[in-house]
Design a protein around this ligand. Structure first.
Ligand code: AR6
Length: 209
């Protein structure tokens, strides 16, 4: 455990960006229990629910989330990969759910990385537009959509760092990872980013406990 935040379970590192903005890693943990202002759902383009984390969020949050998703799809028909929309959190502790659609992984040469980066940028942008200060992400696309976990971690973290650095209100991002293998892979990706970050305009540090 690190820092003062008791919500962070087994994580060993935390990225600290200038102005005290942080990226944390929590796991193994269930994102439906998170108390950040919003949690991000790895949805599909229909926005009508599914398995994995999507199913867990709708079950835990109750029918108000699906009702709002239905209203949204009645206007936009479907949500393309890389985009994000916001609904109520229903019965969740988090007040809002930000639904984004990750790319289905094929071979890495079909703009998967760009779309996955866009999921993170857009989710953070939507949170910021709503004045939210904290949000939690699952490991988008790494389940049913088959994105290799180490590569997904690298894309997720680097895009989150950039979007967080630019955000006005969002100051805390937490990756809430369901299994220990994914947690370790995301932490390794974060450490790799620390090592390769020397020329970046923002500071990223390993946090001390
Ligand atoms: N909390 C945190 N992470 C979770 C939870 C949870 N409660 N449950 C699962 N995960 P997936 P995708 C992890 O398949 O790959 C759905 O049917 C899981 O272990 O949920 O983006 C949608 O409707 C994995 O690490 O999302 C779409 O059709 C990660 O969440 C499709 O799956 C993502 O796995 C989206 O596929």
């Amino acid at each position: 455990m690190i820092g003062r935040d008791t919500e962070v379970h087994d994580s060993t590192i935390r990225l600290v960006i200038k102005n005290g903005k942080t990226i944390e890693f929590s796991g193994p943990a269930d994102i439906t229990r998170e108390t950040t202002h919003a949690i991000v759902n790895a949805a599909n383009s229909s926005l009508l629910g599914g398995g994995g984390v999507d199913g867990a969020i709708h079950r835990a949050g109750g029918p108000a989330i699906l009702a709002e998703c239905r209203q949204i799809v009645s206007k936009i028909r479907s949500l393309p990969a890389g985009k994000a929309v916001i609904t109520t959190g229903g019965r969740l502790a988090a007040k809002h759910v930000i639904h984004t659609v990750g790319p289905i992984y094929r071979d890495g040469e079909h703009e998967e990385a760009e779309k996955l980066a866009s999921c993170h940028r857009e989710s953070i942008r939507v949170a910021d537009e709503h004045g939210l200060e904290s949000l939690s992400f699952p490991a988008i696309s790494t389940g049913a959509y088959g994105y290799p976990v180490p590569q997904a971690g690298a894309v997720a973290i680097s895009s989150a760092v950039e979007a967080l650095a630019a955000a006005k209100y969002v100051n805390t991002i937490r990756f809430v990872l369901f299994d220990i293998g994914t947690l370790k892979a995301y932490e390794r990706a974060a450490e790799e980013l620390l090592r390769s970050n020397t020329a970046s305009p923002y500071q990223i540090e390993k946090a001390h406990s």
